[in-house]
Design a protein around this ligand. Sequence first.
Ligand code: NDP
Length: 461
Amino acid sequence: MAGYDFDYFVIGAGSGGVRSARIAAQHGARVGIAEERFLGGTCVNVGCVPKKLLVYAAHFRHDFAEAEGFGWSPIQSQHDWPRLIANKDAEITRLNGIYRRLLEGAGCTLFEARAVLLDANTLEVGGRRITAERILVATGGRPTIPDEPGAQALGITSEEAFYLPRFPERVIIAGGGYIAIEFAGIFNGLGAQTTQLYRGPLFLRGFDTDIRETLAEEVRKTGIDLRMRTRIERLERTGGGIAAHLTDDTVMEVDAVMYATGRRPNTAGLGLEAAGVAVDGQGAIRVDDQYATSVPNIYAVGDVTNRVNLTPVAIAEGHALADTLFGNRPRQISYNNIPTAVFSIPPVATVGMTEDEARGQGREIAVYRSAFRPLKHTLSGSGEQTMLKMIVDRRTDRVLGCHMVGADGPEIIQGLAIALNCGATKAQFDQTIGLHPSTAEEFVTLRTPLPDPDTVQEAAA
Ligand code: NDP
């Protein structure tokens, strides 16, 4: 072991890499870590953190409009995009510093350079050859732009959107996943004329159907021109901006076209072939249940493995791996009941199975649903509705899934994820006294399941 420069070398100082490096160093390993772009990776720099700051900014427009119902005089305010971006950048610089101190404080050696694998134990890092007994690849992912004419030249992704020098007054967002939906809410809230295009019949594929339908209604109420079954055919530069030719036979002139059509693992040019690390057709590193790649001393965690592409999952994987390799504490993380949220306006939050998943597994289920106007909106004049839904296994009474569209959903669902992980039953939810008045209490006051669709069909026949 002493023959190597490091016991553990981590490529990529994002969520998974930083956690793994830091914990390994705390267990006594000699750790090196390389980062070619920015400390903290996607989440801190061009992902979760700046996104949520922009969502807060966008929300003020709705809050200002709703304040009058509570007795405030009308609020006239202009938004200053460059100031928002500058303030956001200052906060990110502060976070970059925290990440640096975390690594250095733990005793890791930080290389601010690109690292490339030369073989299973050797890397080139900023022109230096470095050897390591074990190597972790935690290089995350990158957004992609499809091949339609003009898209590569004129389209942007979320990465550029965070740094636009001028606010686009008219914007098209292509895609119907997390990023597209979140950015549509941001641009719309900040005052842009916003069109969102989704190629399929209903966006947010993979989420509960009721949630997807409710969210579509709610975001349309906020003014987003949401078009399903619509794609961009081509983009052209015009005198006044960009002309987007759409498959619904319309042509729109806009100031920006943002593609949020998915992300790819960041594996190109890493030297994976030289080291013998196998990847799948998408370029994702294949790992076993211990995060080992096809080369036993090389590991991978987080988005580069393209499994559950969420920051907290990458962090948990990196931590578990460091404990396993250097802490004499072999362990794996649980992928059950991972809560997730889309920070749209209003937000979506979910944990556990959707109704379709539960039925697809052949389970006999009871479905509870509640849709209502939240107390705040009785005076605000907003037409915003909250919808929540619970899926229960009739045989065991266990709660299989909780889903919600509405304010504070992410804060509520995080708590419910603990209950689901403890195997909570519907009876236990029912025994719990509600916290009044709140939206969260609806989850413990659901009493009447929806009629079973099979029974309804039989009755109708
Ligand atoms: P997603 O994979 O979630 O969504 C991509 C969207 O683009 C889908 O609606 C997809 O449609 C559509 N699409 C794909 N290719 C094309 C194409 N060629 N033309 C038109 N539409 C296309 O990717 P995102 O980029 O939104 O996010 C990536 C991942 O990052 C997420 O899956 C999530 O794991 C993570 N993330 C998490 C966040 C959070 O926790 N809040 C926030 C942001 C990202 P279809 O459904 O038909 O395939």
